[in-house]
Design a protein around this ligand. Structure first.
Ligand code: PHE
Ligand code: NA
Length: 442
């Protein structure tokens, strides 16, 4: 049977942008920013998105389109080495690890959406009375595990539909809805009293805060930059492997990075003013910050209930279009390498992730570790491997693949790009990795 491919030109861009835009923009970003000192974190993060994330995205695209295989098969095939195949195989584990915590947050979203939807019937959404206590009560435990299973099932259903009728169709519906609703909400929020303080907090770049703890924010900022662009996991290798025409990879990569950054900024323009207009401190910390703060803001707003439905609906779509890209990594590995049917691969992986995710949903400390440090390490380590592969194993072939379908201007950047991904960026990432591991050589 012929390998699946994207059906339309925009299909690939929407799917990849759908993967990038997600809980990373709306939930993990405010959490990490608050945890790592605010605007200094934001600055380092933006620099890494541009200097590492975008070239890294191109590195994954080049490998994926060149090989037309999953990350394991791609690295193995293009190098003829089983060691590289094993390195690529780590991607399957990364996909499972990512989904093991992402599904739990997805479950929270579905729960808040459901509670918002049934609010008018039940006499007001349950989280409104005391948002802090509510999140505390529902975030971990058996019910959290159940909602996580619901989110996981939705993810599995879409991936089961395959590349065109599942992922492409799903993101074609979800992504425009996410964009339109977020923009609408940002406009509405701007009319609220007290929104200004939120803009100030979000947009005031305070260079002064950067020097003191640069080394301690480097790892988390780099990890977040990779996470938000879905880089380092093998998702983008996998998605590019379904390309069957010679599109400009630098162009598509730039569009995806722009969309992702744009959504991040717009989400910030919704979230921070909402919090500040209610006098809520976004730094009040922890993975629950968004849920507690936003739910509290909705409680105090006229029309807040409708806004809550829209907000959690948007976030659910954004989360699903990312979670399907996590599941697709190990699915593609099993389909390509083991010859499994998509059905069998999805079934087996759902069983596995239902287990690992349930454990995560029961253990807050484990959740924090997986969602924070483990993800930072896997994505950073993964990207180092992919880029060294592109730079040193593919070499000139990587430049040729990069230039295929690219315009004359982008083509001129091929060689500088290869030097960056072969040398400078891996060095930077290794340094980052060491600071994360606590070996920072100060
Ligand atoms: N980029 C996604 C987000 O921001 C998360 C993600 C990471 C998806 C890695 C796939 C791979 O939510
Ligand atoms: Na993102």
């Amino acid at each position: 049977m012929a390998r699946e491919t994207w059906g339309t030109r925009t299909g690939f861009i929407l799917a990849a942008a759908g993967s990038a835009v997600g809980l990373g923009n709306i939930w993990r970003f405010p959490w990490m920013t608050a945890e790592n000192g605010g605007s200094a974190f934001l600055l380092v993060y933006l620099v890494v998105v541009l200097g590492v994330g975008v070239p890294g995205l191109l590195g994954e695209f080049v490998i994926g389109r060149r090989a037309r295989r999953n990350p394991m098969g791609a690295l193995g095939d293009l190098s003829g080495s089983r060691r590289w195949a094993a390195v690529g195989g780590v991607s399957a584990i990364t996909g499972v690890a990512l989904l093991s915590f992402y599904g739990v947050v997805g479950g929270w979203i579905l729960r808040y959406l459901l509670v918002s939807l049934t609010g008018p019937v039940t006499g007001g959404a349950a989280y409104l009375a005391d948002p802090g206590a509510y999140f505390e009560a529902v975030s971990f435990g058996v019910e959290a595990a159940a909602f996580h299973l619901l989110f996981l099932s939705l993810t599995g259903l879409i991936v089961l539909g395959g590349v065109r009728r599942g992922i492409e169709l799903g993101t074609k519906v979800m992504m425009p809805a996410v964009l339109a609703l977020l923009v609408g909400m940002a406009v509405w929020v701007s009319t609220r009293q007290g929104a200004g303080a939120g803009y100030d907090f979000f947009l005031a770049f305070d260079l002064g805060t950067i020097r003191g703890d640069f080394f301690s924010i480097l790892g988390p900022a780099a990890g977040q930059a990779l996470f938000t662009l879905s880089v380092g996991a093998g998702t983008m290798i996998t998605y590019a492997s379904y390309l069957d025409e010679d599109r400009s990879l630098p162009f598509d990569g730039s569009v995806i990075a722009l969309l992702n950054t744009g959504v991040g900024v717009i989400a910030g323009l919704v979230v921070f003013p909402l919090l500040f207009s209610q006098g809520i401190d976004p730094g009040s910390g922890g993975p629950g910050a968004l849920f507690v703060g936003i739910a509290g803001a909705f409680a105090a707003l006229p029309g807040g209930e409708l806004l809550a439905i829209l907000f959690f609906g948007v976030v659910a779509f954004a989360a699903l279009s990312s979670s399907i890209s996590m599941l697709e990594i190990p699915v593609a590995v099993l389909v390509d390498e083991a010859g499994w049917s998509r059905r069998r691969a999805v079934g087996a992986l759902l069983a596995l992730i239902a287990t690992t995710g349930t454990i995560t949903a029961l253990r807050p400390a484990l959740f924090d570790f997986v969602a924070g440090t483990l993800v930072d390490l896997l994505l950073t380590g993964g990207l180092i491997a992919f880029l060294l592969f592109a730079g040193w194993v593919l070499g000139r072939d990587a430049v040729a693949e990069y230039a295929t379908g690219a315009g004359p201007i982008a083509t001129r950047f091929g060689t500088p790009w290869l030097l960056a991904v072969g040398v400078a960026i891996p060095l930077f990432l290794v340094f980052t990795l060491m600071t994360t591991l606590g070996l920072d050589a100060r």
